[in-house]
Ligand binder design. Structure first.
Ligand SMILES: [Zn+2]
Length: 687
């Protein structure tokens, strides 16, 4: 069969990929890989060139076949594709586990480290060190029976996580709100209302139909004047895939979550870690449970008072006690009154083409990266665009797809993922290709897609991940770009780049009214920038609540008592929640980051990396936000290095010291809650 998934010459042929290609391609690839691995494992005198390089090549090939599949499964989901995807999960999981548990290969890497160590380049040494660590974490040293059990648990985990994700998607798609009285839509923007009207028309129903996709949910939560409508959406959204709410019990993830925690705990115990969190920390920048909990509690302590004051002020503004589904709405009102800025009203100033130009220009000023659109690249949907990125000297560096708009059967949220990883091996070279995926409201008629400023920040964020992937100078796939980067440092480039969406000189360039072309007026820019620290305490506490919840369920799991998911959630809320949450809220049931994604015992990473990003950006503020020298150092020390060096070392090289939590608090204007530091002239003699 002519299978486009096995063609690795050019870009993936998305339009030719059919669900029936998936399983045969993966089977063929894996069996060829296994045969090759068998040969490599037999080599009597393993060297970097004879073993590591070929394995890096296999890594590259596997990713090239699988990446388009998992990508299409996320952006163009269908029953048939989902079936093909799911059929491959156990195959891939078994393959990866076999590879990671291969005793001969483990021995080969250790031999290479011993015999060639001193002669290898630092990048190569780091690669080997990572690999040896990962072999150990994959249970290579376990006795046979435990090794088998480990393998089975990993396989079951992959399936459970896919099930979790499916349940969330199905529950999200299943719910919609049929509105027959236009008054109930008061406050919502016209685009959304028009979409809802067309949807009703398509279904030959009178009135309007609102779906539960993310942009609609967010718009209702912040704009709908009808508290009844807000409550209905809040309930539907926060009870997805649970035992409560309008689709109660139909896609309930409760048992799936319990099973996931049980498997994770088992995996950690098999490797003699006391719990899953400590197992996860083995590859992180943070090294101990106490370090992470201490970090989170320090931030809780610093942000709580600010959050409480913000909430009290909001209730005073509303003139009543607020429910969870009122907060977004009144916060938007208060923000509008105070700053006279509304996200919806900003849309006309942020047409996507203009924003992209300004974003690319910023990337060029900082890192010398030149970005141009290329027409005609094969994509999976007519809305997808393709861009190439070159160095200032014209050297091709990589390329990326942008899939910007929300549509049915596309996973919600925004993300960057690897389509092709960079490699320069004796077997051949490849430049990196990325997917940038967002869920913005699509254009309508002659009108371009118009973004809120929140959307703009999201785009900068994902583009920051994209730069990390695309500007890498590492030649080995397993540690190039975002590969091999500690999870808690991986958000550094993305959150770093968000800062630029708030700079006046960038706002000047990325804004331009879609009718008149006029940039956002300077005075309005100032007011928008002032909103950045609006409710900084409340939003920080919310993130800390998620992070503490995630970290605690992964440290406190016990086979006897189970996951105690709701119990721990209640405890965390009693410490960290400021806004009252209804008893029936089941947000963990759709918390894909930790149950289906890579953030298990790692949600703290967002805050951790935010500290890194704020502190790194402060270095730019000291010299000028487009200072070329600082940008070059950032590129050299961090952005281009992938996983080829320790994240803390990289940070220290760039900043000249360890990260400082105060940079973040200062950025959000909540550093007043921290105890004042004594300076040398002040409080008495130093000891
Ligand atoms: Zn991110």
């Amino acid at each position: 069969m002519d299978n486009p998934l096995l063609d690795q010459q050019a870009l993936p042929q998305f339009m030719r990929i059919r669900p029936e290609h998936v399983e045969p391609a993966v089977r063929q690839l894996l069996s060829a890989n296994r045969a090759r691995i068998g040969e490599l494992a037999m080599l009597a005198a393993p060297t970097f060139a004879s073993v590591v390089e070929p394995l890096e090549e296999l890594h590259h090939r596997t990713s090239r076949t699988w990446s388009p599949v998992s990508h299409l499964n996320a952006v163009l989901n269908s029953e048939a594709l989902r079936a093909g995807y799911n059929a491959c999960l156990p195959l891939l999981s078994a393959y990866q586990t076999d590879l990671a548990q291969s005793a001969p290969l483990y021995q080969a890497y250790r031999t290479i480290a011993e015999q060639e160590g001193a002669a290898l380049a630092p990048v190569q040494r780091q690669l080997i060190e990572h690999a040896v660590r990962d072999f150990r974490l994959a249970g290579v040293g376990l006795p046979r029976e435990r090794k088998e059990r480990f393998k089975t648990a990993m396989l079951e985990l992959a399936q459970l996580q896919a099930k979790f994700e499916e349940n969330v998607l199905d529950a999200t798609n299943a719910w919609s709100r049929h509105v027959s009285d236009i008054n109930e839509l008061r406050g919502l923007n016209e685009m959304l209302i028009e979409q809802a009207r067309r949807r009703a028309e398509e279904q030959q129903a009178p009135g309007w139909i609102l779906r539960l996709d993310q942009p609609t949910y967010v718009a209702v939560a912040t704009d709908a004047e009808s508290a009844e409508l807000r409550r209905a959406f809040y309930e539907a959204w926060t009870t997805r895939a649970s035992d409560r709410g309008p689709t109660a019990g139909r896609w309930d993830n409760s048992a799936v979550m319990e099973e996931i925690l049980r498997r994770r705990h088992e995996v950690a115990r098999l490797l003699d870690y006391p719990d899953y969190a400590q197992y996860a920390l083995a590859t992180r920048m943070a090294h101990s449970v106490d370090e992470v909990l201490g970090f989170l509690h320090e931030l809780v302590g610093a942000a709580r008072a600010a959050a409480q004051a913000e909430f009290a002020e909001l209730e005073a503004f509303a003139g009543r006690k607020l429910a969870a589904w009122d907060v977004g709405f009144y916060a938007e009102r208060l923000q509008r009154e105070r700053f006279r800025v509304s996200q919806e009203e900003l849309r006309p100033y942020f047409p996507l083409p203009r924003v992209l130009n300004g974003l690319f220009e910023a990337a060029e000023r900082l890192f010398g990266a030149r970005i141009r659109e290329r027409a005609g690249a094969p994509a999976w949907h007519a809305d997808v665009r393709f861009f190439e990125i070159n160095s200032a000297g014209g050297e091709p560096l990589g390329s990326f797809y942008l899939d910007a708009y929300a549509r049915p059967n596309k996973r919600s949220g925004a993300w960057m993922d690897e389509c092709i990883g960079r490699k320069r091996l004796s077997s051949g070279t490849a430049l990196p290709v990325a997917y940038l995926v967002c869920n913005f409201l699509p254009p309508g008629g002659e009108r371009p897609a118009l973004l809120t400023h929140d959307d703009v920040v999201t785009l900068f964020h994902e583009f920051g991940h994209g730069l990390h992937h695309l500007l890498t100078r590492v030649d080995y796939p397993s540690i190039a770009g975002i590969n091999g980067v500690a999870w808690d440092a991986v958000e550094l480039p993305s959150q770093f780049l968000e800062n630029y969406a708030w700079q006046p000189e960038v706002l000047q360039r990325i804004s331009g009214h879609f009718e008149s072309g006029a940039p956002l007026p300077a005075e309005e820019q100032q007011r928008l920038i002032a909103t950045r620290s609006f409710h900084a305490g409340l939003s920080m506490m919310r993130q800390l609540e998620f992070a503490l919840f995630d970290f605690r369920i992964h440290t406190e799991y016990s086979p006897e008592r189970g996951g105690r998911i709701l119990e721990i959630l209640r405890e965390v809320r009693s410490q960290a929640a400021v806004v009252p949450v209804p008893e029936w809220n089941r947000f963990p049931n759709s918390f894909g980051h930790i149950f289906a994604g890579g953030y298990a015992a790692g949600y703290y990473s967002y805050k951790w990396a935010e500290v890194l990003a704020a502190d790194a950006f402060a270095a730019f503020e000291e010299k000028g936000v487009f200072d070329r020298g600082t940008a070059q150092r950032f590129l050299d020390a961090i952005l281009s290095r992938g996983g080829s060096r320790d994240a803390l070392d990289a940070f220290i090289e760039f900043r000249g010291r360890r990260p400082d939590v105060r940079a973040l608090l200062k950025q959000h204007g909540i550093d007043w809650a921290l105890p004042k530091q004594y300076d040398a002239d002040g409080a008495g003699e130093p000891a």
